[in-house]
Design a binder for this molecule. Sequence first.
Ligand code: NAP
Length: 463
Amino acid sequence: MTTLSVAVVGSGPAGLYTAEALIKQGAALEVPCRVSVDVIDRLPTPYGLVRYGVAPDHPSIKSIAEYLRGVLEHDDVRFVGGVRLGGEVTREDLLGSYDAVVYATGAMRDRRMGIDGENLPGSCAATDFVNWYCGHPDSDPGSFSLDAESVAVVGVGNVAVDVARVLIRDPDELRSTDVPQPVLETLMASKVREVHVIGRRGSAQAKFTTKELRELGELAGVDIVVGAGEADPDAFDATGRSSALAGSDRRVRGNLAVISDWAARVPAGHPRRLVLRFWLRPVRVEGTGHVTGLTVERTRIDENGALTGTGELETIPAQMVLRSVGYQSVPLPGVPFDERSHTVPNDGGRVLGPDGAPLPREYVAGWLKRGPTGVIGTNKSDAAQTVRALLEDLCPGGARGGDPVRPGAMEALLAARAVAPVSYADWLRVERAEAELAAALGRGARVKLPSRAEIDARCRGGR
Ligand code: NAP
């Protein structure tokens, strides 16, 4: 049997599905290859987006972490937390210590709207709000106060649906989830009574999935309102082709059915309202010193099929604006990066150099490879493709290039730099602390520790 050592950078779904595929595909080769995988993460906690992106009230998606736990607990997989590429280690260190490196760091940065007022206090990225309610170690539990009565959410993808739902739902329903206690307390004291979710195109072009959309209409104590005339997918489409999208796309068909049902509803007079708007693009965040509203322009699809502004403006009163207009990957130091697509240039997962030729022993998986699309499960087939390329190149007996790697090279390198990585056993102490905290608070199975300092203390064995 041949052996291979691989560093996977990123312990989110893309990284862990990659680790799993390396073990399984390696073992299934005609000449089996035993792959030992170090899963390196800048955070002391594993699971990436599953832990810090999936909304707390979506426990079935969060349970993917249970599946991924099995990957991390495999004998040939090791968690190396608290080690950042570009910080504690460099690309060259990784290439010098492993036979191959797979970059799977996802897409952590928010996209911007590029409009005036976007930087006003009260105007934030949905990613920051998600990080806050998910208890991300980079996020301060005090960074949101929820004093706004009305919130405008720009974008009609699943992240917009998540943030709107967390903002408007009865916070008591989040008590049994893992949201950090200070976050729950802020949500309990929230003044938010109205959330406007705003799409720059129509209901047929919206990106959300039907299951996620439908949930918004099932929230207790919330009236769902669809903007007048805006539920009709063709109302602002001169080509009249928007409704036809439903013919070929089940998701669109489902979304349109849900939205037209809501448009026919008579509001019950609930204390909280969720307003769904379409054909409005953001023009300006209003306010001096703090957000007071969002000015939007009516859009339409013209006779040539192009989205254009009509010049008709409307200001939606709001004291908080959340832009939920997509994620972007960030470049990794020394690793090729396409600034237009915000991905690492690759061919089926093989990282391509400036001349378009594959760079030996470097691979990419997940959102960093293909952009922020698809559901978590999409990363499984994506990772499998990358691993097929890697094993084809390197196992068995492929030309590895570079100096032969020494077993234990990364441990030695970190020790020489006085870096003590977070191990899987360290992480399990954090998990136990989360379960204890939940029990002490009388809340669900786990409650996330509220700060990086507390996570670090538990990792190091403190209480
Ligand atoms: P997304 O699905 O790409 O949606 C982004 C939205 O922002 C679109 O409606 C887009 O409109 C709009 N937008 C972009 N630029 C804009 C601008 N300048 N002004 C106004 N609107 C703008 O992205 P996402 O919601 O961040 O989701 C990312 C991925 O995670 C998706 O694959 C999503 O399905 C997944 N996700 C899944 C779940 C789940 O399964 N429960 C939960 C969260 C996220 P246009 O279409 O007009 O560009």
